[in-house]
Design a protein around this ligand. Structure first.
Ligand code: PRP
Ligand code: ORO
Length: 216
């Protein structure tokens, strides 16, 4: 669920403005889930633009307090949300930890990096939700470390049913700054995409897990 439509519209505008949205239907992107996709939203690019990362962290901080109250700790999902998560922690004056996809294989062999005490209220920051698998893995690791996960926020979600089901099953409340529907609307309004690209994106969105998969 988006925090609100104004923020979702502005987030879409900003992502388009800095070319964080990449389209390549002829040579599809492979996602973390293994799905093939004509679109890739690279939120990492936002960190390279101070006014844009400031907007994102301020919107996160304001809306996190409103929806969840003030947590004890902010956790970023590695690697995409380490930067933005840390910026949110900084502006909220909170401690920060980050969560690796799996425990490190040497050193202290941690999956959760930083100082976290059992029973602390943790708010998870993710950069992007596709299937939600990466976020939920991080949430499981935080719970295993004794955290009380209050909820999760992300810059962007594709709004897939599978992600909504995954978060519902895990009883995790999720809010995002932006989403796919608003992005598509803004991309059309600003003529950022051609009619052919719009048709491809609409077709892809009907069945993203099978799009681009060669049938033998
Ligand atoms: O909802 P999901 O299907 O899990 O996909 C979304 C995840 O994919 C990306 O991470 P990626 O694995 O590419 O790694 P990175 O964050 O290190 O770039 C993104 O940062 C999310 O964490
Ligand atoms: O699912 C993914 O791996 C993914 C999709 C996307 O649009 N952007 C991204 O960073 N990851």
């Amino acid at each position: 669920m988006i925090f609100n439509t104004d923020t979702a519209k502005k987030t879409a505008e900003l992502l388009l403005q800095i070319n964080a949205i990449k389209l390549n239907p002829k040579n599809p992107f492979t996602w973390a889930s293994g799905w093939k996709s004509p679109i890739y939203c690279d939120n990492r690019i936002t960190l390279s633009f101070p006014p844009i990362r400031n907007y994102l962290r301020e919107e996160f901080a304001k809306n996190i307090e409103k929806q969840f109250g003030k947590p004890d700790v902010i956790a970023g999902v590695a690697t995409g949300a380490i930067g933005i998560g840390m910026l949110v922690a900084e502006i909220m004056g909170l401690p920060f930890v980050y969560v690796r996809p799996e425990p490190k294989k040497h050193g202290r062999e941690n999956q959760v990096e930083g100082f976290l005490q059992k029973g602390q209220n943790v708010l998870v920051v993710e950069d992007l939700i596709s299937t939600g698998k990466s976020s939920l893995q991080a949430i499981e690791a935080l719970k295993a470390a004794g955290a009380n996960v209050k909820g999760m926020v992300a810059i962007f979600t594709y709004g897939f049913d599978i992600a909504e089901k995954n978060f519902k099953d895990a009883n995790i409340e999720v809010y995002t700054l932006g989403n796919y529907d608003m992005l598509l609307k803004e991309a059309v309004a600003r003529q950022y995409i051609t009619e052919d690209e719009y048709d491809t994106l609409k077709e892809w969105r009907k069945s993203p897990s099978t799009w681009g998969v060669e049938v033998e």
